[in-house]
Design a protein around this ligand. Sequence first.
Ligand code: PLP
Length: 396
Amino acid sequence: MVNEKMRGLGAHRSVIRELFEYGKKRKAEIGAENVFDFSLGNPSVPAPDGVNKALSRLLEERDAVSLHGYTSAQGDAGVRRAIADYIAKTQGVEMNADLIYLTVGAAASLTISLSAVLNEGDEVILLAPFFPEYRVFAERTGAKVVPVLCDPKSFQPDLAAVEAAITERTRAIIVNSPNNPTGAVMTPESARGLADLLAKKEKEYGNAIWLIADEPYRELVYGDATVPYLPALYDNTLVCYSFSKSLSLPGERIGYIAVSPKAEEASAVYAAICGAGRALGFVCAPALFQYMIPEVLGMTADISVYDTNRRLLYNALTEYGYEAVYPDGAFYLFVKALEPDANAFCERAKGEELLLVPSDSFGCPGYVRISYCVTTEQIERSLPAFKRLAESYQKA
Ligand code: PLP
């Protein structure tokens, strides 16, 4: 009667959403201040002032009919040009406005890109741990997901394992740096190594292997970490960008895909992206937010709160005996569960009103993800609960 695959996806929420819903129920029962909800990656700092100013200006100054009207399916030409110019200026990489496609956020950028390059039976490599929706987006195309674990000491890609996983059917690999759920930022050495490996394998098998760079956290980096720009290192790159996290605008749904002008048959790939956008109904991203982009490129929400939370949480948890790799970016801490089954550990954490996401659906069992995009006060108040949880294992 209905598409069973889609019914299954709709009937079973993701573990993250499930936990978020549990949190809402629990907060209604015992009060929001008594629940330590670390489930969602929903930015907790406001958008920069410049965003509201740009939106107000647009609403005041632009003709309302054209402001709210359809743009070209792939996005307004002037906006695409502004993005291409900004990338050229900040990354020193030539981009072409006619190879940029505006989308409703990174999720749409990814589904469109995967639909554009994958065919039934192709393989797509996911570096684990990975954002669980990648599996949903990739498998929808009929492609097979091939998870490859990162090095657990650094969460950098394990290049030998990636090499072993590439076959003649490999058509794409998704890279997410800064990473959800580990917070790891790919080092320049890892990026160079991966680019060289993919180029070698493309030559060996005689076909393109698309590097899909999922970059919603690009601007969320701390200390002196920098995020390598992959189109500078590897020709067959598709950048899937979103303003959701950098500008704290996840509900407004705005982002883009940029095809590297150096990509093999770049205009054919772009045509496939336009076709996938059309087939999926992702045409003409929200016009008001498109027009905002040229005015806000280069702005970032104030991420100093995330940085404070990162240090506070990492220092306290490692002092209590938890193990984690210190994150350089995004707003997640990936912590080893205190028992082999992360689900059982998360259930026990609920006894302390700590809502942590078990890592199984990230393709890397035995860990929990803590989203620290919350108030610093929530982190401070949750620390005794984390301490009691660790002690309960030490006593056992
Ligand atoms: N990719 C990763 C790694 C994410 O963490 C998220 C959202 O949390 C997305 C993509 C989707 O982002 P958007 O809200 O821009 O669709």
